[in-house]
Design a protein. Structure first.
Length: 91
């Protein structure tokens, strides 16, 4: 399976980095690095995440990466990273 990032997923990475970097740039880089590495395991086991039933028309799941929630969709042979946020954020 091929892993693809949506523009929203990429903008979330930038937003999280921009939030953390003024306080601790090293920690911000570490968080972004772990968030970009985490979905690589989905290539071999794409259905490991928790399926979100509220999305009837497509297969959307989530995984937790530390304190961050990452949502992704499976369509054919592609995995799309949809969005990422800290679990303490109000969503």
């Amino acid at each position: 399976m091929e892993l693809k990032w949506t523009s929203k997923g990429l903008s979330d990475l930038i937003r999280l980095y921009d939030f953390l970097a003024p306080v601790n740039p090293t920690a911000a880089a570490r968080v972004v690095q772990s968030l970009t590495a985490a979905p690589s395991g989905l290539r071999t086991n794409p259905r490991i995440g928790e399926r979100l039933e509220e999305f009837d028309l497509r297969e959307v799941s989530r995984i937790l990466v530390g304190n961050y929630e990452m949502r992704y969709a499976i369509q054919g042979d592609n995995i799309y990273i949809l969005c990422i946020w800290h679990t303490r954020e109000y969503r």
